[in-house]
Design a protein around this ligand. Structure first.
Ligand SMILES: [Zn+2]
Length: 222
């Protein structure tokens, strides 16, 4: 299947599955298990805000949900979350339409994403992969949702965005492997996912660095 994107058309692997994924997302993820099985079974649609099927001509158009802005269709496990999931939006310049324009980015990818978004159903267990402290008042701002979490470990802060529920208290010490939260979609325009970000301790989002290595992803399957 071919989708129109900001940078032209591209062939999408597994495009016939788009309607299933989108409909599942629009149904407010009533069944996490079914979404998980759908997500685990096929790659997500790629890129752009147009061309997302709505299932029925009589239905109003749905906002784009669970759309990825990368051609990486691999499923990644990580000590930061349970299961294995696909990347939605990588770190850095992106064509995803949710971010303010960054003059240092090329025209085809004008916005800057300060973390890595990993698609996962709402309610997926989120863990700390580091020994650290849950920062009591992180002042993240609204874009991360009201339950955004910051875990400070050594010289860095690890920011977990769009969470649905916390399993730790502000100020609590955490250890690697500890359950700290579940994923959600609070303040996320594009559906359930985990925003993972790394900053120098105490710094704002503009100082964020590429968190890829800290995410410690390993490929589970293509
Ligand atoms: Zn993000």
């Amino acid at each position: 299947m071919t989708l129109s994107t900001g940078s032209g058309s591209r062939r999408v692997r597994g495009g016939s599955c788009i309607a299933t994924v989108v409909v599942a997302a629009v149904a407010s993820l009533a069944s996490v298990a079914s979404v998980a099985s759908v997500a685990a079974a096929m790659p997500l649609p790629v890129g752009g805000t147009s061309g997302v099927p709505t299932g029925s001509p009589s239905r109003p158009p749905s906002p784009p949900r669970d759309v990825v802005f990368t051609e990486d269709h691999r499923f990644y496990a990580s000590p930061w979350y349970d299961g294995a999931w696909q990347e939605m939006i990588p770190f850095g310049c992106t064509q995803a339409p949710y971010y303010p324009r960054d003059p240092s980015c090329p025209r085809a990818q004008p916005g800057r994403h300060h973390g890595i978004d990993m698609f996962m159903p709402c309610g997926t267990k989120v863990r700390s992969a580091v020994r650290g402290v849950v920062v009591p008042t992180p002042n993240l701002g609204g874009a991360y949702g009201r339950l955004g979490m910051v875990i400070r470990s050594g010289r860095y802060d690890y920011v977990l965005g769009h969470l649905r529920r916390w399993y730790v208290r502000p100020g609590e010490r955490v250890r690697p492997g500890q359950l700290v939260a579940s994923s959600g979609k609070l303040a996320a325009p594009d559906g359930c996912h985990l925003h993972f970000e790394k900053r120098p301790a105490g710094a704002g989002y503009l100082a964020a660095v590429n968190p890829l290595r800290s995410l410690q992803r390993t490929v589970r399957r293509y």
